[in-house]
Structures are given as C-alpha cells and as structure tokens.
Design a protein around this ligand. Structure first.
Ligand code: FE
Length: 190
C-alpha cells in the first residue's frame, strides 16, 4: 500500500489553488483530481479507515499550513449518517469504498429547510457543496451491513471551522466544530 496517490492529489490541489482560481474552477478541476484519487482503492492506510460502532469517523489526512485546503477520510459504519449541516467553504466528496447517499437541503422563505432529493454515490463518483451551489446537506452510509469510506477535500481546515447543524423542520441552527477522530496524520513522504 503506497500513500503516493494521496501525495500526488495534495500536490495537484495545492498547485491549482496557488493560481487563485474562481471557486467554480476549483470545483470543476478539483472533482477531476479527486475522481482520479478515488478511482482505485489501494492507498488509504487502514488506520484512517476504521469505523466506530456508534459514530461516523473523520480522519484528517492533510491540512494546508495556509488553511487553503484539508483532506479528510470519512468512515461510515453500517447505517451511520450526519445531521443536516453546512460547511461555509467549498467541499468535494469522492467515494472510495461502499456506497454513500447525499441529500441536499434548500432554505425556504419561512426559514425551514426542505430536502431537495437524494443521490446515491458509488466508488469513483464525486459530488460538491459550497455556499454558492448549495451548502446544506445530510450524508449517510447507504449500506446497512457494510462500512463505506469517502475522501473529502475542503477550502479550509474543515475540522476547525465553526459551522452549523440544522433541524430542517424548524430551521433551528446549532453551532458545531467537527474536529477529527485522529491524533495523527499519514506520512505523505513515506
Ligand atoms: Fe458535509
């Protein structure tokens, strides 16, 4: 198992962001780079793919020192899911293993959130969020009996961002900082 694919992705994303492109370009090109990363499931060290019996796990894989991006592995135990939440930055999701279901939520004039349809994503597939294209969603393991793993990249160090979870029916928002399950990051230069 070689971490080189992740290193190559981080380098390519950093070079892309170095040119200060418009967000739409980051999302378009970033999705291509992420699709390449998740096209083969042979590089993520097992330490960053461990499920927890009760909670979905977020393992930090890389954080840019200038806070321009972070890369995180999300590990879903059977049936686990997020609350409805936002990101406050662009975010790209690529499925590495299993099957994931993403449901977008749209703010209504009365302040509540309405589900705007779900999509099921398979390994190699990608999706995006951002305040400009729709930032509020709920993500779930679409498999009731298997672990799913996806790789996420964001325009900030997402585990440190003060953001929100929502009760869709009322629109009630609660602040949250997701943090990370891991105390260590992979050695990208191994
Ligand atoms: Fe999310």
């Amino acid at each position: 198992m070689s971490i080189q694919k992740l290193t190559t992705f981080v380098e390519a994303m950093t070079r892309l962001l170095e040119t200060k492109p418009a967000e739409a370009a980051v999302i378009e090109r970033g999705k291509q780079l992420l699709a390449t990363l998740v096209a083969t499931d042979d590089w993520l060290p097992d330490a960053f793919a461990q499920p927890h019996p009760n909670y979905y796990q977020q393992y930090l894989l890389y954080a840019d020192p200038l806070d321009r991006l972070s890369v995180v592995s999300f590990v879903w135990g059977p049936g686990q899911q997020t609350p409805v939440h936002d990101h406050l930055t662009w975010g790209l999701v690529g499925i590495l293993r299993g099957r994931e279901r993403a449901t977008g939520y749209v703010l209504q004039p009365d302040g509540t959130f309405k589900a705007a349809g779900s999509s099921v994503l398979l390994p190699g597939q990608t999706t995006a969020v951002s305040p400009a294209i729709g930032d509020v969603h709920e993500v779930a393991n679409d498999l009731a009996d298997q672990v799913s793993v996806s790789i996420h990249t964001y325009g900030r160090n997402i585990g440190r961002v003060n953001r929100h979870v929502f009760v869709p029916a009322t629109g009630a928002a609660k602040n949250f900082i997701s943090g990370y399950a891991s105390a260590v990051v992979p050695n990208l230069w191994a």
